[in-house]
Design a protein around this ligand. Structure first.
Ligand code: HSE
Length: 434
């Protein structure tokens, strides 16, 4: 069988990880495939000034990605630049040139994956995107192959390592969000602009993509309710612990008779839940199938080597298909045309809720809050107040019985008008054991 040649575009974390693995693992990769997988061209902004480890001496080095696509030897393009502008041009260029594509691009695939895949099939090329979600966890292969015979009824996960690291360090060390974020930025774990990670947008793209594959619906990030972790304090962990819970940024997709409920938000989860054991920068995905019931997948969500493994494994699969002449011609998004699950507003979700207040203390506060809850038919479950010496910024928590998100939002809006509140109430759903 003929050797297959790869063109790598983008030598950031993922690209350099993939290059290292292709180089260091070359012999074993050849043995597994029965032919060689060779790097014929690399493109990176810094390729002229910096020589990344593992580029073969005879490979083309360029700062122009078009030269990689046009390179006559290159069979497969690895698009590892991220974002939605140049990456889209690269993918379009590869399709036009009839070259297969590996991508790690969650943003672009979450937005346009179905259309891109359709065009790739028409062009009779192959496309693979394992590295786009939860780098080290082969979750695309699970949804597309491992459990594809089942019908997924729910999926929940921790899909952003940065926010999970921040939350679990706050919990472990009792330090503030700002302090842990600052440390993570200084160590290079968190971006200088942490918005995508701590406000939930990165996780939302990943959930959009996983939900599209799992449920077969046209799901875009805008279908998903998103809320970040900036308002979580160490005090919330203290109260959550009192309730036998912890707090994680939970990505959730749940089939209900009303439709598909989709959210990325901080939530209380029982300390005994399997997701509660996911700490630091790890990711995890729990999937519930109608027939196979629960399966759980755990691993590193990012980093050059774990994500590099996903890229190289995709390259190997596509290379096999190029050599066997059997490109995969069914889109992983194809079953979305069944249209069985429609995304619906998160306001329809029912959960018990944790409501945390900070008040300027005075008599009658609980009575007023309870009155608002009662007016929305929300049943009060418990009132918790840990000792505090600050009467003018007094924290306490009310938990309520299962209620609709809509009723909770209305109650929170009304409560936010009360003059004794130091800030709007923090409302977090309390998730069932996963
Ligand atoms: N920034 C992401 C995270 C990794 O913190 O999980 C890349 O998807």
């Amino acid at each position: 069988m003929k050797d297959v040649y790869v063109g790598i575009i983008g030598l950031g974390n993922v690209g350099s990880g993939a290059l290292t693995i292709l180089n260091k693992n070359a012999e074993q990769i050849s043995q597994k495939l029965g032919f060689n997988l060779r790097v014929a061209a690399v493109c990176s902004r810094s390729v002229a000034t910096k020589e990344p480890e593992g580029i073969p001496a005879d490979a083309l080095r360029t700062t122009d990605w078009r030269e990689v696509i046009a390179h006559p030897k290159v069979d497969v393009i690895a698009e590892l630049v991220g974002g939605t502008t140049v990456a889209r041009e690269i993918i379009d260029g590869a399709i036009a040139a009839g070259k297969s594509i590996i991508t790690a691009n969650k943003e672009l695939m979450a937005l346009e994956g179905a259309e891109i895949w359709d065009r790739a099939i028409k062009a009779r090329i192959n496309l693979a995107m394992e590295a786009s979600v939860a780098g080290g966890i082969p979750i695309h292969a699970v949804l597309r192959e491992g459990i594809s015979g089942d019908r997924v009824v729910a999926l929940a996960g921790i899909l952003n390592g940065t926010s999970n690291y921040i939350l679990t360090e706050m919990e472990r060390r009792g330090e503030s969000f700002d302090k842990i974020l600052g440390e993570a930025q200084a160590l290079g774990y968190a971006e200088a602009d942490p918005t995508a990670d701590v406000d939930g947008y990165d996780a939302r793209s990943k959930l959009a993509l996983l939900s599209a594959l799992a449920f077969g619906e046209r799901i875009t990030p805008s279908d998903i309710y998103v809320e970040g972790i900036r308002r979580i304090t160490t005090l919330d962990f203290d109260y959550a612990h009192q309730l036998g819970h912890t707090i994680r940024l939970v990505c959730s997709a749940e089939q209900t008779p009303k439709g598909l409920l989709l959210s990325v938000r901080p939530a209380l989860i029982p300390q005994t839940a399997i997701l509660a054991g996911v700490r630091g920068a790890y990711n995890a995905v729990w999937v519930k199938g109608q027939f196979g019931q629960d399966t759980f997948y755990y691993g590193r969500g990012a980093g050059p080597n774990p994500t590099g493994v996903a890229v190289v494994s995709d390259l190997m699969r596509v290379a096999r298909e190029i050599n066997s002449g059997s490109p995969e011609r069914v889109s992983p998004f194809a079953h979305e045309r069944l249209g069985e699950y429609q995304p619906v507003s998160i306001t329809l979700q029912h959960r018990p809720y944790y409501l945390r207040f900070r008040v300027d203390d005075r008599p009658g506060i609980i009575a007023q809050l309870a009155g608002i809850l009662a007016s929305k038919q929300i049943g009060l479950e418990a009132v918790l107040q840990l000792p505090s010496d600050t009467k003018d910024n007094l924290p306490f928590v009310i938990t309520v019985e299962p209620s609709s998100e809509q009723a909770i939002r209305e109650a929170v809006a009304e409560m936010s008008q009360l003059d004794f509140l130091r800030e709007p109430p923090l409302a977090l759903p309390m998730e069932p054991p996963l």
